[in-house]
Design a protein around this ligand. Structure first.
Ligand SMILES: Nc1ncnc2c1ncn2[C@@H]1O[C@H](COP(=O)(O)OP(=O)(O)O)[C@@H](O)[C@H]1O
Ligand SMILES: [Mg+2]
Length: 247
């Protein structure tokens, strides 16, 4: 198996008149959890679309070795399907109904929604829906999880809870993860490595490695320090820093 399931090599990409990337290189190791942060509009979603091979680069090479699932910012559950039916979409490759049932039941237990299996998305809270999204992406034979600001539409407390949920789920079902987020705290609490992108054309501005078990305490000195350093790199140290700590 390739130990770098995701690799972007000297990639340039223009969308219409917009130059999104110029000579961007980045590789992600198997089982690694990488968070990508950067200014709005710098190309984070586009990077995930490249990694999933949804779009092709104008120049350079993208390698994606594995089965990919994507989770989006806005909930993309089918409203006419129940929790069980939505999650089972990730099990289409299984033919044996009893095996399907076994995987589904285990997943419902993992996301603590055993009692909501027959509910429809509109009957769930935002946090519950996002757990179903993650379950659908994690279940089955996925290797790589691409998460595009998955918690950004949730309220602050639910977002913090979801970080714990995600860490717990990945503990049970390890995956290679790329998490795009505008939430620097979230990145510092969860990721093994944080990649900070610049404005367009986006390049890697800096990277931070955090070798601590996750989820880390919001107030862990390494988390606080990393948040500060990222804000400094983004040129926001005097505006954002106090607010982030005080929030
Ligand atoms: N299909 C498209 N056609 C033209 N421009 C696009 C398209 N998709 C995205 N863009 C532009 O590419 C840039 C990066 O977008 P995006 O990856 O969505 O940014 P981010 O996710 O970092 O906020 C933006 O300027 C956006 O307007
Ligand atoms: Mg985006």
């Amino acid at each position: 198996m390739n130990d770098k399931p995701l690799r972007v090599e000297d990639v340039s990409l223009s969308l219409g008149a917009t130059v999104v990337f110029q000579h961007l290189s980045l590789s992600i190791g198997r089982g690694e959890f990488v968070a990508v942060v950067g200014p709005s509009g710098c190309g984070k979603t586009t990077l995930l679309n490249l990694l999933s091979r949804f779009i092709k680069p104008t120049a350079g090479k993208v390698e994606c070795n594995g089965r990919v699932r994507m989770v989006y910012q806005h909930d993309s559950l089918f409203p006419w399907q129940t929790v069980s039916e939505n999650i089972s979409l990730g099990l289409r490759h299984l033919k044996d109904p009893s095996e399907k049932r076994r995987h589904l039941d285990a997943m419902l237990r993992l996301i603590k929604l055993e009692n909501f299996a027959d509910h429809y998305p509109h009957q769930l809270s935002g946090g519950m829906r996002q757990r179903v999204e993650l379950a659908r992406a994690l279940i089955g034979d996925t290797d790589i999880l691409l998460l595009d600001e998955p918690f950004s539409s949730l309220d602050y407390l639910t977002r913090i809870r979801m970080r714990n949920e995600l860490a717990r789920m990945l503990d049970q079902m390890p995956r290679t993860v790329v998490l795009v987020t505008h939430d620097i705290e979230e990145a510092a609490q969860l990721a093994d490595r944080i990649v900070v992108l610049t404005d367009r054309p986006a390049r890697v501005c800096s990277q931070f490695q955090i070798e601590l078990p996750r989820p880390r305490e919001l107030t862990h000195p390494r988390v606080v320090e990393t948040v500060h350093e990222i804000l400094t790199d983004l040129g926001l140290e005097h505006t954002g820093w106090q607010q982030v700590v005080a929030r």
